[in-house]
Design a protein around this ligand. Sequence first.
Ligand SMILES: N[C@@H](CCC(=O)N[C@@H](CS)C(=O)NCC(=O)O)C(=O)O
Length: 203
Amino acid sequence: MKLRYAPTSPFVRKVMVTAIECGLDAKIRKVPTNVWDPHSDITDDNPLGKVPALITDDGQTLCDSPTICAYLDAQHDGPKLVPAGGAARWRVLNLAALAQGIMDAAVLRLTEIRARPSELRWDGWIERQKGKITRALDVLEREASEGGLEELDLATITIGCALSYLDFRFGDEDWRQGRAALAAWHAAFATRPSMQATVPREP
Ligand SMILES: N[C@@H](CCC(=O)N[C@@H](CS)C(=O)NCC(=O)O)C(=O)O
């Protein structure tokens, strides 16, 4: 398998952590990709021009990290990262979607701040994204305080990567303030070898 990746993307990190936790990391060749380079060939693999994109051994290209993670989860015989059915399945998928939403909002915020000319910056948009992050974090704090994040699954992987991304890009804003349970959960989760092996770095 081949993974088009960027070392700072939270979506890519989620895929890489998933690959490690599923024991598939050694089967994936990682191809560094700068999606913002106008000469990048990423659109040959992903028409959306985004990373991650996974090219499977049978030549399919998969885009969007939830799809890629679902594919990887289907390629191993160990405990599955998404329960096969019942209420547990929808809970994991929903929490994963919530954490994915934090990533989406954080990346949109960063793009607005970094990529858009300052005279065109839309502060209302930035505030809107911040609100999404704050409300989602409050839900996750409740989950953590009720012991709802104890399993290793797609939800906890996505939450761990989303929180670490906030530290990486918005480290001056203390998401831990008033969220002691989530902070403690994240501190423990971040020590997993899969998280340690994928710490984001500027290229
Ligand atoms: N929903 C996608 C989001 C992927 C995404 O937005 N990746 C960013 C990097 S963090 C990207 O490639 N952006 C380039 C663009 O939007 O053109 C996923 O979960 O994989």
